[in-house]
Design a protein around this ligand. Sequence first.
Ligand code: UDX
Length: 440
Amino acid sequence: MNITMIGTGYVGLVSGACFSEFGWNVTCLDRDADKIAALEDGQIPIYEPGLEPLVARNVKAGRLHFTTELKTAVRHADAVFLAVGTPSDPHGRADLSFIHAAADELADALEGFTVIVTKSTVPVGTGREIARRIRARRPELDFEIASNPEFLREGAAVEDFLRPDRVILGVEGERAAELLQTLYRPLALLQKPMVITGLETAEVIKYAANAFLATKITFINEIADLCEKVGGNVQDVARGMGLDGRIGPKFLHAGPGFGGSCFPKDTRALVQTGQDAGAQQHIVEAVVAVNEARKAAMADKVAEACGGALSGKTIGLLGVTFKPNTDDVRESTALDLVPALQQAGATVQAFDPVGMDNAKPLLPDVAWQEDAYATLEGADALVLLTEWNEFRGLDLARVKHLLAQPVVVDLRNVYTPQEMNAAGLDYYSVGRPPMRVIEG
Ligand code: UDX
């Protein structure tokens, strides 16, 4: 089977490489000639564990190809996946200009029966609109439209694709259903469930799933605020809740607010879709607002730990990516926190294992450091923002020695108050009472 993947961003590149791993002949297409040249040369444009050897292996086996030539890439394709970006427009709606441009180009280039599949997260109704556009341009073209949303997480993308909880196939016709089920047969053999449904339903499933997870995080974040006020421990609350099989333990880690390329954009887009459709999504609206406020409030938390004022203080920040195992800083809390700290008069010195190149242009006036310990030297507080593994086992005696003031603000609850106090450090975390050495 011949598959073409249009767009080599996170979703497109990982999906294309993984489909070739299933044994299919895959061509990944992108307009960006430099990106395609780099990929042909074996260079992976994103940091994603396991992706590089997977690409190399399948390129070598002759199953995975890269090109900028749409016409030749799609002519003999059995299925064409659209995995181009859908960024937020200024109103929070998904900007579909890339999708529409790709659909128009496709319409002009296709030959023979083709299944056209949306893989990137697209607003409800997009699949049908793509079909309408293509039909208007080429009324005689034999094609079916389908929606196959992707649920992979950055940092675990390959594993998530190869071992998903489920595969969602939104189809209009028999031929698309059959072809997509064949495509995913390796997963059916692993007994991964497939949900076969209509086009709009598949599109809603993607937004509903992401918004639900974002809601879960936001819910526990507000419970964390409550715990801080009443003297509870949010980790124990999450455990106590999560053991209820109806709730489940995942996505109940309180933190500095969710970020990344999906949750913020998709929750905003769902709010817009609900408004446009006359079915207001009040809960998701609240999630968007609460999460934005939370990111903005993290600087106050640091200020409080520093005795109220940040003017003249030096903050040692560990982690700027929106989560570990990625170089992605999109909508990371760091982008709110650092400017807020600086505006309040603090100097920020920071380190991230792989995210600094992406963060540097977005966060001016930060003194970037070579490692965690250099970041703490002379700082009035350590702020742990991203729970990279290498920040989980810091030598606390060394931390204490390096810091000018013995203050740790752990926004990911990586450490326990007891171990911090034992090392002589005042400890402020999320949803747990602060513990100062003198009181400890
Ligand atoms: C998410 C979805 O998980 C994935 O299914 C979808 O395809 C794309 O969006 P991703 O953005 O890569 O994936 O990261 P994820 O691991 O879901 O984390 C998103 C954000 O939520 C991060 O900022 C993370 O730190 C935060 N988070 C996650 C929490 O604060 N607490 C949690 O319990 C879980």
